[in-house]
Design a protein around this ligand. Structure first.
Ligand code: AMP
Ligand code: ZN
Length: 114
């Protein structure tokens, strides 16, 4: 069976522009950025989507959010701000079935839903 692409990135089998990695999470540049800064933050363990979350995951989810400020500051996004997005399922446009948080910044964004 083909391995999940984000599991491969977390384990180092698939190359990526990694900006942060520790025991719990990996953060790397999106291959098709929608803004000057577009970084994905993933848990190193496979969680398919937000729908798979339960209270057992509160530590990992809290941790994923808690490292956003450090990564955002590293990327110079603290001055003008940024957006954090989690797409879930086909209607939201989720294309990779491994939970990921998009950290997007570096340009002005509207609050439009296409
Ligand atoms: P989503 O549409 O929310 O599932 O987001 C998946 C994101 O993963 C998209 O923005 C893709 O550009 C990105 N992506 C897919 N494959 C890779 C990869 N190998 N390295 C980095 N980003 C990727
Ligand atoms: Zn995975």
């Amino acid at each position: 069976m083909e391995e999940c692409i984000f599991c491969s990135i977390a384990s180092g089998r698939q190359p990526a522009r990694i900006v942060h990695q520790d025991d719990l999470v990996t953060a790397f540049w999106d291959i098709r950025p929608v803004a000057p800064t577009h970084i994905l933050i993933i848990p190193n363990i496979h969680i398919a989507s937000m729908l798979s979350l339960s209270p057992n995951h509160q530590d990992i989810l809290g941790y994923m959010l808690s490292i956003v400020p450090a990564i955002a500051c590293d990327q110079g996004l603290d001055k003008n701000g940024f957006r954090v997005v989690i797409n879930t399922g086909p209607d939201a446009g989720q294309t990779v079935d491994h939970l990921h948080l998009h950290l997007i910044g570096g340009r002005r964004m509207s609050f439009g839903f296409e």
